[in-house]
Design a protein around this ligand. Structure first.
Ligand SMILES: [Zn+2]
Ligand SMILES: [Zn+2]
Length: 297
């Protein structure tokens, strides 16, 4: 993963010019999010909260990030497809493109080639990298280098191309059953807030917070980003041990994504779970793995 295959930091992205499609879409999403405030109702708010959890926790945290990108645990294929499909309703691009961007981030964290390091500016890390250059549209060579595992999967290749379809279906259903208010809250306001929550993991948790582990990047643990992202804010823990499915290591480190993975384990759906455990004898955190079922990979 240390190769320099088409990794695009700020200089390269800016030389490619403004990404108008993303810019216009993001302006529209923010305007629609503000418009949603004028259509307030309890069903709309509850719909938005439920979809924020489905997209952010089941989808991005448990699916795109801890399962697809880092393979911190195993689930049967139908469960994996369900979690990843949930991730597409966050509208953060196709699963393969998302994974490639994030694997590049880990391979080059806060060094040349990191797509969104705050060393190129805090706003750059937050939103600038989406607004200039290719954003998450990696070319075939880059994808083949960083995500050969996902390219083999026909469903992921399809979903990567048509990632907006599940949200389109959800949006039509929300409008049909709930009208404009539920659609504006459940899609536009919820997606816009979730964008910023995810981007805070790229910006805030590489700027502010505490460090438990010494890493060769600027990653930090941030309790308030963890609250907004169901546990993704324990980012220093994560950079130190990327394959651990558990990011919040102490009981007070809120990590709902980890609890979701534990729940899957309790009902027999998750196994081969990698997690950090504190070894008192050596006084150090160690990566351990739960039993792997032999009939699955
Ligand atoms: Zn990071
Ligand atoms: Zn990661």
């Amino acid at each position: 993963m240390k190769s320099d295959v088409r990794t695009e930091g700020r200089a390269v992205r800016e030389s490619l010019g403004v990404n108008w499609a993303n810019g216009i879409f993001l302006i529209f999403a923010h305007v629609a999010a503000v418009a949603a405030l004028f259509f307030w109702s309890w069903p709309a708010v509850i719909t938005a909260l439920i979809l924020y959890w489905v997209g952010g926790s089941l989808g991005i945290g448990m699916g795109f990030h801890r399962l697809l990108t880092h393979r911190g645990y195993n689930v049967p294929k139908p469960v994996e497809y369900f979690l990843v499909t949930c991730g597409t309703i966050a509208l953060e691009g196709g699963p393969i493109q998302w994974v490639v961007t994030h694997r590049i981030h880990h391979a080059h964290a806060d060094r040349a080639g990191d797509p969104h390091t705050p060393r190129d500016g805090g706003w750059w890390a937050h939103i600038g990298w989406i607004l200039w250059g290719t954003a998450q549209n990696h070319d075939e060579a880059t994808i083949a280098h960083y995500a050969p595992d996902l390219l083999k999967d026909g469903y992921y290749r399809w979903l990567n191309r048509f990632y907006y379809v599940p949200l389109l279906v959800v949006g039509v259903a929300l409008f049909y059953f709930g009208g404009w208010g539920v659609l504006l809250w459940g899609v536009f306001l919820r997606v816009t807030v979730a964008f910023h929550a995810t981007w805070l993991v790229n910006s805030a948790t590489h700027l502010w917070g505490k460090t438990r582990f010494e890493t060769d990047d600027d990653s930090r643990n941030s309790w308030w980003v963890a609250l907004l992202t169901f546990g993704e804010g324990w980012h220093n823990n994560h950079h130190a041990h990327p394959t651990s499915a558990r990011h919040g290591l102490r009981w007070y480190e809120f990590d709902l994504n980890w609890l979701g993975i534990r729940a899957l384990q309790l009902i027999g759906l998750a196994h081969g779970i990698k997690r950090l455990r504190f070894n008192r004898a050596s006084s150090a955190w160690q990566l351990v793995r739960s039993r792997v079922r032999t009939n699955e990979t």
